[in-house]
Structures are given as C-alpha cells and as structure tokens.
Design a protein around this ligand. Structure first.
Ligand code: LIP
Length: 262
C-alpha cells in the first residue's frame, strides 16, 4: 500500500517505538520471577514508547493536537487535527510476559478518524488503514469475514476487572451471546481485537467503557475492511462514549441486537 505522508510518519513512529518495547519485553519476561515484579519497569517502558511516538509525530506535524494515554491531551494550533495514541495497548499482557500487545496510532480530522496504524511488534504484524484506501496488514489487503451465521462466529470483548467498569452489563452480554455463537475471546488488547475483526480473524468485537486511544485506530481499520462500527446504543459515538460494537456486514445487526438485549 502506497500511503500518504501522514501514514508513513505514523508507521515510522510505530516501528521506532516497537523496537524499544520489544527490547524491554525481553527484560519483562526475566522479571516475572522477581518478588518486586516488573510493574515499575513496564510503566517506564510505556512512557518511553509514548515519548518516542510523540517526538516523531509532533516533530513531523507540530501544529496537530495530541491525546496520549500516558501524557494526556494537548490542543494544537490546528484545531481540526489530532493524534490519538496508545503506546502500549495490552499493558497487562505485556506486564505478564504475554506476547499480545500493540502500539495504536490514529489521526483524527474534524472529529473523524481518517488514518490508523496498529503495530503488533511481538508478531511483526503492521495493520494500517486510511480513509478511502483500504485496510492492510504487512501489505496484504484485509477484508472482514464472510460468515453469515452467529452460531458459526466468534467474538472478542474486554471484561471488567478489579472493580473497574460495568461488570453486570458485560456478564449479561455474555449470558445472551454465548448460547448463540461459536465462542468469545478476551485477549486483553482492544486495538488488536479490532485489527483482528478487520482481518477476518474475529467476526465481531464489543466492549463497554473503553478508552478512545484503545479503539481509534481500529475503527478506521474495520471500516476500510468493509465492517460496520457503532456505539452499543444508537446515540453513542464510540470514541466519545467508550462504548463500541463492530462486526462484518452480514452479522452486525444480529450481533448488535444480542448485545443490546433487543
Ligand atoms: C486495555 C484494553 C482492553 C481492556 C483493558 C484495557 P490498556 O487497554 O486494550 O481491551 O479490556 O481493560 O483497557 O490498558 O492495555 O491500554
């Protein structure tokens, strides 16, 4: 895929941060046995990754706004454009030495996500998409799955833990969905959940109470791969509300009805 100058800047930033996180990930695996654990080390790795990404993106586009998981929001001179960045999505996986985490970088223009990069550095899978130019993984064109039956389909989600988030609502979702599908996966990285829907690996994904930086890049990937995206409620914007449901064209309405309890 021949991307725009902005997309190439995003890919360069993701790769540079990926090299740093892969190096630190090897140390995290060694720290699992330490009594103190790798918590502080991972926080440092997370912040360093965001520093690298911010330096690359803001160096190339100094007038754009910024929203990053670690450094928060900074308005730009250009009020229409904003970077939305999660330097390490799947932090808990990374902390436990599980190789399922990603760098997520999105570009928003006038409130619409127009480009996204999700880099799974551990598996060397670079997912990219730009509005009107399709979705790609390592230069392979992506399409959402063609499954048409819920009972043949698998779905991903995030389940609240440690008292955070709407656990009762999510448990009700699972009670309605599990009997009518082929399975649910909870792999702990929303950006990769969305990238996997775009790649046809999952047939749908939903999550309640998720951050903008976790899902912004995945939204454009799913849309450019022919999938559908909405809030769980009709009136909810996924990025603003933190409530999201996505799926392939054939299943989206049936899936959304199950999650809505309609
Ligand atoms: C994580 C998401 C995941 C969600 C977790 C957490 P983080 O993001 O990717 O889908 O279920 O609660 O929010 O914290 O690893 O960037």
């Amino acid at each position: 895929m021949q991307g725009s100058a902005n997309l190439n800047v995003m890919i360069k930033a993701a790769r540079k941060a990926g090299r740093s996180l892969v190096k630190d990930f090897r140390e995290v695996e060694n720290l699992q046995v330490s009594s103190k654990g790798p918590g502080d080390f991972v926080s440092k790795a997370d912040r360093e990754a965001e520093r690298i990404i911010k330096e690359e993106l803001m160096g190339a586009r100094p007038t754009y706004g910024w929203l990053g998981e670690e450094t928060g929001e900074t308005a730009g001179q250009d009020p229409t454009r904003r970077w939305i960045v999660d330097p390490l999505d799947g932090t808990t996986n990374y902390l436990h030495g599980l190789p399922h985490w990603a760098i997520s970088i999105a570009l928003e223009h006038k409130g619409e996500i127009v480009a996204g990069v999700i880099f799974d550095a551990a598996k060397d899978e670079m997912f990219v998409a730009e509005k009107g130019s399709g979705a790609w993984m390592n230069d392979q064109r992506l399409r959402v799955s063609g499954r048409r039956q819920m009972i043949e389909s698998i779905f991903a989600t995030g389940v609240p833990f440690a008292g955070n988030g709407p656990l009762p609502a999510t448990l009700q979702d699972l009670a309605r969905l599990m009997p009518v599908c082929a399975g649910v996966r909870r792999w702990g990285a929303a950006a990769l959940d969305l990238a996997y829907v775009a790649a046809g690996r999952y047939d749908g994904y939903w999550e309640r109470n998720i951050n903008a930086w976790d899902i912004a890049a995945g939204i454009i990937l799913v849309r450019e791969a022919g999938g559908f995206v909405s809030g769980i409620r009709e009136d909810q914007d996924p990025v603003e509300s933190g409530s999201i449901i996505v799926g392939n064209e054939a299943l989206f309405e049936s899936f959304r009805k199950v999650i809505r309890g309609a």
